[in-house]
Design a protein around this ligand. Structure first.
Ligand SMILES: O=C(CO)COP(=O)(O)O
Length: 289
């Protein structure tokens, strides 16, 4: 057991055993509703794309071979300006999400897009609390929680993002950071709304760096998140909640990560801009190494 693993086991008071027996992710999925048990792949296009490149990417995705919607749920999140063209041209099973929305009802908030606008426009998903918005736009835990609450109240499904910086991890504060981020989201999410939420664990040090979390690091954080949800929300919610890993996921590392006990999907940045790479990641569950 590594130092970090032993830390999480102390924190979770785990006896050093996995939460379920090895290979039991499918067993766990068998006891929960199929609709919520699907593997989940998100593609976060961030602030990227031209009309030409988005047209090509949509063409590549439409031509790709991905698992059927009852096996894997796939959501891509273009910029606001590209939402319309992607919505009109991207075929099922791909779904669409936005990358953010305003914290409350629309109005005199220049530059913002509200949750009710996204819902009205037929966009089912929204990413909230991404680390780039937390750090660059100074969104704090409470604001992220409020955004989740309002988006859920307007009928959107939410990809809520959490994750620690390298400094926070190295100074031993990773679990405190995850606690606070989860607490803010949980405080604003009613029990019945968790079915419309997935949580993406994205360690900031792995985002866009090419430094992917090791399988041990990813599993450790995901197990911690699931235990936290079990203890602080409900065991049933914890069993159903899909936990995505994000941070330098690519076609080479996705198979190993997909096989981890508590990894139920990915939130992919850079590799989601390459049609072939993203299609390959969408098939990650078939690539166990
Ligand atoms: O931020 C991310 C997804 O939201 C991850 O980005 P990368 O996959 O480029 O590291």
């Amino acid at each position: 057991m590594t130092f970090a693993t032993s830390l999480v086991h102390q924190r979770l008071q785990l006896p050093g055993a996995r939460r379920c027996s090895p290979g039991s992710r499918s067993a766990r999925l068998n006891v929960i509703s199929r609709a919520h048990g699907r593997f989940f792949i998100g593609g976060n296009w961030k602030c990227n794309g031209t009309v030409e490149s988005v047209t090509q990417l949509v063409k590549d995705l439409n031509a790709g071979s991905v698992p059927p919607a009852d096996k894997v749920e796939i959501v891509v999140a273009p910029t606001f300006v590209h939402l319309d063209m992607v919505k009109k041209t991207l075929n099922p099973p791909f779904e669409i999400g936005a990358q953010d929305c305003w914290v409350g009802k629309g109005g005199a908030f220049t530059g913002e897009v509200s949750a009710e606008m996204l819902h009205d426009f037929g966009i089912p998903w929204v990413i909230l609390g991404h680390s780039e918005r937390r750090s660059l736009c100074r969104e704090d835990d409470e604001l992220v929680g409020q955004k989740c609450e309002y988006a859920l109240s307007q009928g959107l499904k939410v990809i809520g993002c959490i994750g620690e910086t390298l400094a926070q991890r190295e100074s031993g504060h990773m679990f405190d950071v995850l606690d606070a981020q989860l607490r803010a989201i949980a405080n604003h999410t009613s029990l019945g709304n968790w079915v419309n939420m997935v949580i993406a664990y994205e360690p900031v040090w792995a985002i866009g760096t090419g430094v992917v979390a090791t399988p041990e690091q990813a599993q450790e954080a995901h197990a911690y998140v699931r235990k936290w949800i079990s203890d602080n929300v409900s065991p049933d919610v914890a069993a159903d909640l899909r936990l995505l890993y994000g941070g330098s996921v690519n076609e080479s590392n996705c198979g190993t990560l997909a096989n981890l006990e508590d990894v139920d999907g990915f939130l992919v940045g850079g590799a989601s801009l390459q049609g072939a790479s993203f299609i390959s990641i969408c098939n990650a569950e078939n690539k166990h190494s």
